[in-house]
Ligand binder design. Structure first.
Ligand code: BG6
Length: 484
């Protein structure tokens, strides 16, 4: 454990992300003792001119107790809020960042009565358009200056650019100012419990080793559904669309962990090397393996232009050209305003050869990892229907976390990832070459959508999405067992 002062600066402190995710995650870390008050100071920075107390009262409403929280909770909230100071300034203001540095240094001095390091963490809860100027300001005015050592790290959020060129441009700009080990590109899906479990499941279980390949697996689905639309975020969303918002980052990261080879070790570089290899093996996306949709009513949002061509739903098949996966479709599907909220991975196995039970009619073996809600891992398999008849039925081996791990709190993705940043562990962050390879896969498709060459089909809010998506799934070989 490093000691010395730790200054956490949340830039964009009055924005949605900061209020809903960053500060609550910091609060949870604080409650668990990961942010000791004698070392830590938290700063909010944003353009709005408000006082420390105004920021605190804006945040208070977001630090709501979890069910069953102790009465101690409210007391902790107040103590935590006292650690937060606010500095206002614009994102390219020299004065603003000078002032920020002064504030940080002042508190570092106070907290550094014990000799130690000066650690400075800058969390950019901001749109990427201001990343270069903010990074430049941090580099010029706010770096750790302690003779005793320490570090300065920056955390950036997606979307990192709009396509391959803009992402590379952004990476180059930031790369001129910070070294790769100082840059933490967050993809919060990598902080989810069951996403982190993928490595363990795949490489610590003998079961899966011989089965995890094209000889046994027929198709893989990685699905994200939300049962609400883009309410309140239409303006942002319309510039990006579902592929940039969910598929190119969250679902593709999950795909990497499902498909990659075993890394040499658990060292972040070894893991990320394997992920990059998967991404670089993905073949160009075929037009007949894409379905786009836009829910009816999306354009009623006054911040969305009437002629918007932006997809709020997409199914895209990726094909990995390597020895393990040749011929196995990886079906990535994401949609807003659908019939349910769910994120899951479904690995569907091939039919049993020489089947004597007619299993196919009931469904194939499937290995399902439900990321949310209600984390679960289950295996669908065919068993004998209990009773006198010799008939078969589909059943499940079910590891539902709610039952198996009763009373265990599963940490929020952001909580875990911020802690990793403090600890200097980049395993669950996206490396520059990974980012580049992900944009390379989707850029041609995105450009065609942007140019209006591919148009989304309308679908009803609350439905499964456009019917063509189910047809594509079937064409790809997926055999549906029961409606989900
Ligand atoms: C964000 C997207 O990255 O992820 C949102 O911008 C989406 O559109 C959100 O709603 C989903 O995150 P989670 O953790 O709720 O699945």
């Amino acid at each position: 454990h490093e000691t010395g002062s730790l200054s956490i600066v949340v830039l964009g402190a009055s924005g949605d992300l900061a209020k809903k995710k960053t500060f609550p995650a910091l609060f949870h870390l604080y409650r668990q003792g990961f942010l000791p008050p004698d070392e830590v100071h938290i700063f909010g920075y944003a353009r709005t001119k408000i006082s420390d107390d105004e920021l605190r009262s804006r945040l208070r409403g977001y630090l709501v107790p979890a069910k069953g929280a102790s009465p101690q909770h409210q007391e902790d909230v107040e103590k935590f809020l006292q650690l937060i100071k606010y500095v206002s300034g614009s994102y390219d203001s020299e004065d603003g960042f000078r002032l920020l540095d002064k504030e940080i240094s002042k508190h570092e001095y106070l907290k550094n009565s014990v000799e130690g390091l000066s650690r400075r963490l800058f969390y950019l809860a901001l749109p990427p358009s201001v990343y270069p100027s903010v990074c430049k300001m941090i580099k010029t005015y706010c770096m750790n200056k302690s003779d005793l050592g320490g570090w300065t790290r920056v955390v950036v959020e997606k979307p990192f650019g709009r396509d391959l060129d803009s992402a590379e441009e952004l990476s180059t700009e930031i790369g001129k100012l910070f070294e790769e080990p100082q840059i933490y590109r967050i993809d919060h899906y990598l902080g989810k419990e069951l996403v982190q479990n993928l490595l363990v499941l795949r490489f610590a279980n003998r079961f899966f080793l011989p089965l995890w390949n094209r000889d046994n697996i027929d198709n893989v689905q990685i699905v994200f559904r939300e049962d609400f639309g883009t309410e309140g975020r239409g303006g942002y969303f319309d510039q990006y669309g579902i592929i940039r918002d969910i598929i190119q980052n969250h679902l593709l990261q999950v795909l990497c962990l499902v498909a990659m080879e075993k890394p040499v070790s658990l060292r972040p570089e070894h893991i990320r090397d394997e992920k990059v290899k998967v991404l670089e093996s993905v073949l160009p996306i075929r037009d007949d393996e894409v379905v786009l949709g836009q829910y009816q009513g999306y354009k009623d949002d006054p911040t969305v232009p009437d002629e918007s061509n932006t997809p709020t739903f997409a199914t895209v098949i990726l094909r990995i050209h390597n020895e393990r996966w040749e011929g196995v479709p990886f079906i990535l599907k994401a949609g807003k305003a659908l019939n349910s909220r769910k994120a899951e991975i479904r690995v569907q196995f091939k039919d049993v050869p020489g089947d004597i039970f007619k299993c196919k009619r009931q469904g194939r073996n499937e290995f399902v990892i439900r990321l949310q809600p209600s984390e679960a891992i289950y295996m669908k398999l065919t068993v004998k229907q209990p009773g006198l008849e010799m008939s078969t039925v589909q059943s499940e081996l079910d590891l539902s976390y709610g039952q198996r791990y009763q009373g265990v709190t599963i940490p929020e993705a952001y909580e875990r990832l911020i802690l990793d940043t403090i600890r200097g562990d980049q395993q669950h962050f996206v490396r520059r070459d990974e980012l580049k390879a992900s944009w390379k896969i989707f850029t041609p498709l995105l450009h065609r959508i942007d140019e209006g060459e591919l148009k989304p089909s309308p679908y009803k809010p609350g439905s499964r999405g456009p019917a063509e998506a189910d047809e594509l799934l079937e064409k790809a070989g997926y055999v549906q067992t029961h409606g989900y």
